[in-house]
Each structure stands twice: as C-alpha cells, then as structure tokens.
Design a binder for this molecule. Structure first.
Ligand code: SF4
Length: 455
C-alpha cells in the first residue's frame, strides 16, 4: 500500500513551523518544473507567511504558463442516474436521502441532454453516475457512452471526448469502458484518512481498499488517462494534499505515468443532507492548495468545477487550473425537462458563453481540444510530450482551431469579436512558423465551414 499515514503525519509535524529558508528552498525546486518531494510539499502546506504564500502563487502561475500556456479546456458534466446504493454522509444522492428526486435517464433522454450541450458549443463531456449494480450497471454506462458519441447537432458537430466518473469497479468492467473509447477515468478518493473514510461511508463504497486501488485496476484494464481527487472539507487539507501527491508519485513510479488530472472539489451543501464538514477549507487555503499541487505535479492537468464562484475560479485559472466545467447541471435530466435532484449546489451559474467571455477578458484562450486523446497521445505518450514542454506547440494551435469553431457556430457577435482578437494574438505567438502557417490555413477552412481540424 503506497499510503503511509503515519509517515505523512510525522512529516506534517516535523515541518509544523517551517523556516523561511526552507520554504524558499522548496520554491526554488518548484521552479525547475520537475515536481516536488513530499517533504517540500509538507513545508509549503505548513507555511503561513503571507509574503511566501504570495511567492507560491507567483511560482505556480509561472509553471502553469510554461507548461499549459494560456489555454483553458472546457467541459460539462452529464449525470445519467442518481439512484445509489451507498450512503455517503456528504452527498445529495446518498440512499437514505428520502428528499432526493431520483432519476435514471433513458437513452433517448441521454440523447436529448447531449443535444442541448452540443447546442451550447460543448465538445467534451464528463459522464457521471451514482453506484447501483441493477439500475446503472457498467453495460448501461457503456450504452450511454455510445449514445452520446452518436449524437450530431444541426451543424454536424458531435461530442469528441467523454471522460467518465463512475464507482470503483473490476478490471473486466474497466475493459468495457476502455473499449467504449472513454477519455479519462476519474475517481475521487474523497478522503485518504482511513478512519474518516470509514466513518463517512456505508455500502460497497465503504471499502477503503476497493476505492484506493481502483485506479490500479483501471490502468491494468488499459485506461492510462486517470483522474484523481479528494473532497476537500472531509479531513485536514494538509494531510489530503500530501496523500494526493504520494498517490500521484506512486502511479508514476508503478506505471510510468502519473495522473492525467487532479480535481479539487470543495464540499458543498446538498438538498436533504444535514452533513457539515469537520474541516472546512477557507478560500485562501483553497487557492494555496491549487498553487501547491501545481508546483508538486507540474505535468498533471488540474480541474475546477462550478462548485466554486466566478471570482475564485478567475484566480484559480491563473495559478494552476488547466480544465474547467461550465454551464453545469449536477442532476440527471438537468439540462432539459424533468430535472431530478442535484448532487450538490453550484456557485457559478453562468452560461458557457458568459464563462467564455470571462476567460477572454482574462486574456486566456478557451479550448475544446480533444486532439491528444484522438491521436492516441494518452498516458505515457501524453506525459512525455508534457514533460518535454512540447505540449505547448500542440495545445495553442489546437485551442485556436477548436475555439474558432465555437466562435463560428455558437458565439454572439460581441464574443466573436473579442474571441477573434485573442486568437489573432496567440496565432502570432505560435513559435514554429510551419505550424503557424498551417493553423492560419485551417482557420480559413473553418471560416468556410470545415470542422474538426487538429494537430
Ligand atoms: S458520493 Fe457517490 S457513492 Fe456516495 S452517495 Fe453520492 S453518488 Fe452514491
């Protein structure tokens, strides 16, 4: 077992009052963009010095810029069922929550939800389902995936990448997901603190070993783009950050590829649930978590959702986040009629167009890119590109091309004007002349109606 709780607590205790020189040392290491060891992470999570925390944000922003550049990948969740056999105390879908309006989408309803997301301009979906072996078995999830990929909107556009967040399961089931051509398999440990985990969970999910070894089984089934995370608020965030980094290092050492993404959900209220988090995370500490993870695992994508308010997401986009959801609904049928109950409350209710406009006003570049996954650049192949810094030369032109499609097909005149101005700016900054010329040619083709052009 990679998780050594006792050692993590000893590390946290031994770095309780870090000296300035030690923290500067850790920041110096972070600037090399080779990641951080657990001791350096412990020094940073324990650092309370406002001047040094400011420095953390600066270093994290620099790393984000160097590796991920200005692009911000957009996606939307699609919940297909909220019938659950587990009783996780913090979740709206917990089986004992009698106030929850339950729903399992028919494939026709999945099709309609997909059409609505396509009409907004989305190209990437995160399929979500609660755990129920009878009502939402893996075969149902696979049918939902095929249905989503089969939908085309009136412009001929379709969803190009489906990431999946469903319960921990067997290698056989993960093989079925793999053959359904999913992108990332995402599973949150919720909390790495075993006692807290066992106290908050009942049902099959209460099995700590099953949960913490699920990504191993997914990898063994051939899924090499893995997404991890914890639900911040369940236990001390300092311990959770150390445990997350040790999990990422374990995957890297064991399989030669670290996590594709890390998500940073913070607990949010849910209808019919009286749970209160024992370790609420302040906005300042939440931003610190993002900066420290950006420094610790520079090549792992980081995801923020609409759990967080627009003002905070804006800062997070600059200090480490590389992917974000927009215009999300957290209930099955949430985009169309017949909405069921939501898993949790969200704090950013803006439309996709409004989120895109906000990103442009930050001089960042919205992206709907799915090129790596569809070119087979996954797992180690993706990581080696990211680690060599080459991802930059692909991400920028691909973001420009997918965003140009969005502007042509879905944007208002104002967003279009602002969008093309930002595209022109980053087009000029494509370092390789050959790629710049090809991107310009492809933009002309997109203006003439061609779609789905990528590197
Ligand atoms: S967290 Fe997941 S498993 Fe737990 S109650 Fe909610 S939907 Fe079910």
């Amino acid at each position: 077992m990679f998780l050594k709780e006792k050692e993590l607590f000893q590390l946290l205790n031994s770095t309780k009052r870090p000296q300035k020189s030690q923290v500067w040392g850790a920041l110096g290491k972070a600037k090399q963009m080779q990641g951080l060891g657990l001791e350096e992470v412990a020094l940073l999570v324990n650092c309370q010095d406002p001047e040094l925390i400011k420095e953390m944000f600066k270093v994290a922003s620099k790393i984000k810029e160097e590796i991920y550049g200005e692009r911000l990948v957009l996606f939307a969740p699609l919940y297909v069922s909220n019938f659950c056999i587990n009783d996780c105390q913090y979740c709206g879908f917990r089986c004992s929550n009698k106030k929850m309006k339950r729903k399992k989408l028919t494939l026709e309803e999945v099709k309609r939800e997909t059409e609505i997301l396509l009409k907004m301009g989305h190209k990437r979906i995160l399929l979500e389902s609660s755990e129920h072996p009878e009502l939402s078995p893996i075969d149902y999830i696979v049918k939902c995936i095929h249905t989503i990929y089969s939908v085309k909107d009136d412009k001929g556009n379709s969803i190009r990448r489906i990431n999946v967040n469903v319960a921990a399961t067997s290698v056989e089931d993960y093989k079925k997901l793999k053959s359904a051509k999913i992108g990332t398999y995402q599973l949150f440990q919720e909390t790495y603190h075993r006692k807290t985990y066992q106290r908050l969970h009942s049902g099959p999910k209460a099995d700590f070993e099953r949960q913490i070894s699920a990504l191993d089984r997914a990898f063994q089934a051939g899924i090499d783009d893995l997404g991890m995370g914890v639900l911040f608020g369940l236990y001390d965030w300092r311990f959770e950050v150390l445990a997350l980094v040790s999990h990422a290092q374990y995957l890297d050492k064991t399989y030669g590829v670290g996590p594709h993404t890390i998500s940073v959900p913070r607990w949010k209220r849910a209808e019919g649930v009286s749970f209160q988090p024992s370790f609420p995370v302040s906005d300042q500490d939440f931003l610190k978590i993002i900066a420290i993870l950006r420094m610790a695992v520079p090549y792992t994508g980081m995801i923020i959702s609409t759990r967080e308010p627009p003002w905070l997401r804006k800062i997070a986009f600059k200090i480490g986040i590389s992917q974000t959801s927009a215009a999300s609904q957290t209930s099955p049928g949430g985009y169309g009629e017949g909405k069921a109950g939501s898993q949790f409350e969200i704090s950013d209710e803006r439309s996709l167009a409004e989120v895109v406009e906000g990103i442009l006003k930050q001089d960042l570049l919205p992206s709907f890119c799915t090129a790596c996954y569809r070119s087979g650049r996954t797992g180690e192949d993706f990581m080696s590109l990211a680690k060599s810094g080459k991802i930059h030369t692909l991400c920028r032109p691909n973001a420009i091309l997918t965003f140009a499609e969005y502007l042509e097909d879905y944007a208002t005149e104002d967003v279009k004007k602002l969008g093309w101005k930002v595209i022109e700016k980053y087009l000029r900054e494509i370092p390789k002349k050959e790629i710049q010329r090809t991107t310009k040619e492809r933009l002309l083709k997109i203006r003439k109606g061609q779609r789905d052009l990528y590197f």
